[in-house]
Structures are given as C-alpha cells and as structure tokens.
Design a binder for this molecule. Structure first.
Ligand code: NAP
Ligand code: G4F
Length: 332
C-alpha cells in the first residue's frame, strides 16, 4: 500500500519542493491550499502536468489552518501516515503588523493539527512541525544547537515557539510521533519575493537588464545561515523515517551578512552594488535578530544529512534564475 502524506503550505517554497520529493518516493500526496482571490498555485502548477504522465498526482484540498473543523475533517478523511505542517504566516517583519493573525495561523494552527490527530485516534500518523531558527532570536550563544535556549524577538518567532513546545508536549503527554525541524534560512528561485535574498536577486537581475535602478533594503548588518531549500526538505522527510520523534537543527553552519549577499549577487553581473542600494527605514524591524548560525551535527550524525550547496552557489543559482525569468518577460 502506498503511504499517504498530507502537506500544509504546498503553495509555498518548501511545500512545492517537498511535494516533488514525496511524489518521487511514491507517496499519495494531499496538499492543503487556501482560498485566494488570485491564483496562488504557481509553484506547484507544473507538478500535475509532469506527474500525471507517471500516474502520480498531487491531490489539492481547500483548507485553512485557522479553521479547526476544516482541519479535523481533512485529517479524519485522509488518515495520513505522515503530515508535514509547513503552512504559516511566515514573514517576520509582517508579523509585527498582524501579530494576532500570525499567532492564530503559525501558532494555534499547529495545535489544531495535533489535536485533530489525537481526537481521531490516529496512532500511526507521524508529524513534521516546521520550527524555525528565528526561535533563537537574540541568541544566547553562537552557533545555535538543539540545546540553545529560545529567546524569540517577534510575534512570528513567539508563535513558532508556542508550536514547538506544543509539539514536544503532545509527544510526551500522548506518545505522539511529532518531530520539530529547526530550520535555518533556506532559499531558492521559488523563495517568496519579499524575503531579502530573493528581493536582492530579483533586483540585481532587473538592474542588469535595465528594468530598474535601485533596491531599497533595511538592515545590511544582520547575519543569517542561508542554505538551499531543496536540500532542506529532504531533512524533513528523513526526520519522519526515524524510529522515534526528536528535534533537529538543519543549517549550513556558515553565517553571512545581508551586505555580503548583496556584494556576491552584484559581483555575478559585474555591477558596483553601492550605486544601486538605498537604505529604507521601513524595512527595519522593531526588534532584530542579529546573528543566526546553526550547528547541524546532530542531524549529520542521526539523519546522515549534510548541506551541499555553498553560499556562493546559492547566490549564483538565484541570480541566474532571475536573469532567465526577466529575460523571458522582456521577450514576451
Ligand atoms: P512560505 O513560502 O511563506 O509558504 C507558507 C505557506 O503557508 C504558503 O503555502 C501559504 O499559502 C500557506 N499559508 C499561509 N497562511 C495559511 C493559512 N491560514 N492556512 C493554510 N495555509 C496557509 O514559507 P516557506 O519558506 O515555504 O516555509 C515553510 C514553513 O517553514 C513555514 O512554516 C515557515 O515559517 C517555516 N520556516 C521557513 C524557513 C525558511 O527559511 N524558508 C526557515 C524556518 C522555518 P499562500 O501561498 O496562499 O500564501
Ligand atoms: O529574508 P528575511 O525576511 O528572513 P528572516 O527574517 O530571517 O526570516 C526567514 O527565515 C526564518 C528562519 O530563520 C524563517 F523562520 C522565516 O519564516 C523566514 O523564512 O530577512 C533576513 C534579514 C533580516 O535581518 C532583515 O532585517 O534581512 C534583513 N533585511 C534587510 N533588508 C531585510 C531587508 N529583510 C527583508 N525581508 N526585506 C528587506 O528589505
């Protein structure tokens, strides 16, 4: 019998790569998408076109993490072997503008999934909870591991801390298989356009092609541990194939400033970045996370997982993809 996987957040960056991975492994994949007034499935539209040929497809269901009865119904009906909870209001800066909504979806949304499984007595269901390095916040040590105390600095991070602790509590209290992946920043050409890496690479491509002149950014001194998203979703799957649930840091172990990302991206197109970057106070946060750098040694030892794509390669992959995208737009 084929294993059944349910993925929330399929229309996002990670959801799209994870669905591809699960289909390639022969799962029956169900994905929750939310209703939107405009098309929101661009990242997964290619999947059914490609996969239909091989007799596999992504089953899309309308749902929303803010709606308990909808989540209960979906989980009771599908009875998945594995659930990957990737849905979230995932933008840190925006979480300061909509803190209550962020807590509802990013925090309580996870709880709704755990409760639905418990209520339906699905003892076989394993859950991946998308926890985040943002939970370390004003980090008390560098690098951060599974043992580093959490010190969240935003409504988003606080909501993720709530979900993380709920996952651990349900694991202990009800013996449920729930693993937290504490993923550090991971990027790709499918990254949301308002996260800093993609904002930069899209800007660089447009500047190179004469379509715009300036990129407006906030804090250039913040340091992040940036990895490559397709590799990171493999770690999610590995966590659910273990004998017992646990928490794992997934990272590259390297940290770079936003400024370094800008420099590398402009180097690729041989343009002087200083002429094209403007600082705009609107992009600063009420409280910032200054440095994230992950220690992934536990994941390496237990999951056998290691990052492969380097920082330079990541910047290159993203700039190249954006150049191709905007070149196509010009030709249209
Ligand atoms: P993303 O691109 O922002 O995708 C978020 C997904 O959640 C989208 O499919 C979105 O749908 C969906 N969603 C938002 N609100 C929802 C709601 N109320 N009900 C149902 N679905 C909803 O995020 P990502 O980068 O793929 O990240 C995946 C997960 O990992 C998130 O939980 C994020 O917080 C976490 N995480 C990400 C990183 C990272 O660096 N990428 C690092 C650590 C943790 P729409 O497409 O309709 O907006
Ligand atoms: O790209 P960012 O918005 O990502 P951030 O805040 O680190 O959060 C991302 O990674 C988390 C994992 O650590 C995820 F949990 C979360 O869901 C999300 O995927 O910002 C990175 C840094 C910040 O320090 C920010 O202040 O870049 C700085 N920055 C500077 N100028 C900017 C900008 N960020 C954005 N989004 N836009 C700017 O113009």
């Amino acid at each position: 019998m084929k294993k059944k996987a349910l993925v929330t957040g399929i229309t996002g960056q990670d959801g799209s790569y994870l669905v591809e991975l699960l289909l390639s492994k022969g799962y029956d994949v169900y994905g929750i998408k939310r209703r939107s007034s405009s098309f929101n499935t661009q990242r997964v539209d290619h999947i059914n076109q490609d996969e239909h040929v091989k007799g596999q497809k992504l089953n899309m269901i309308f749902g929303d993490l803010s709606d308990s009865s909808n989540i209960n119904h979906i989980i009771r009906t599908i009875r998945p072997d594995e659930i990957y909870n990737l849905a979230a209001q995932s933008h840190v800066r925006v979480s300061f503008d909509i803190p209550e909504y962020t807590a509802d979806v990013t925090g309580l949304g996870a709880l709704r999934i755990f409760e639905a499984i418990r209520e339906a007595d699905l003892n076989h269901t394993r859950v991946y909870q998308a926890s985040s390095s943002e939970m370390y916040g004003d980090a008390v040590e560098v690098p951060q591991s599974e043992n580093t105390p959490l010190n969240p600095m935003s409504p988003y991070a606080s909501s993720k801390v709530f979900a993380y602790h709920m996952a651990r509590n349900y694991r202990i209290a009800y013996n449920m298989f729930i693993s937290n992946g504490i993923l550090f920043n991971h990027e790709s050409p499918r990254r949301g356009e308002t996260f800093v890496t993609h904002k930069i690479t899209r800007g660089v491509a447009q500047i190179k092609l004469g379509l715009m002149d300036k990129i407006y950014l906030g804090n250039l001194d913040a340091k992040r541990d940036w990895g490559y998203a397709p590799e990171f979703v493999e770690a999610m799957w590995l966590m659910l194939q273990q004998e017992s649930p646990d928490d794992f840091v997934i990272a590259t172990g390297e940290t770079h400033t936003v400024k370094e990302f800008v420099e590398r991206a402009f180097d690729i197109v041989k343009i002087d970045w200083k002429k094209h970057i403007e600082i705009d106070k609107r992009y600063f946060r009420p409280s910032e996370v200054n440095i994230l750098q992950g220690d992934y040694s536990k994941a390496k030892k237990i999951l056998g997982w290691e990052p492969k794509v380097t920082f330079d390669e990541l910047v290159r992959i993203m700039v190249k993809a954006d150049l191709e995208y905007f070149e196509k737009q010009i030709k249209k």
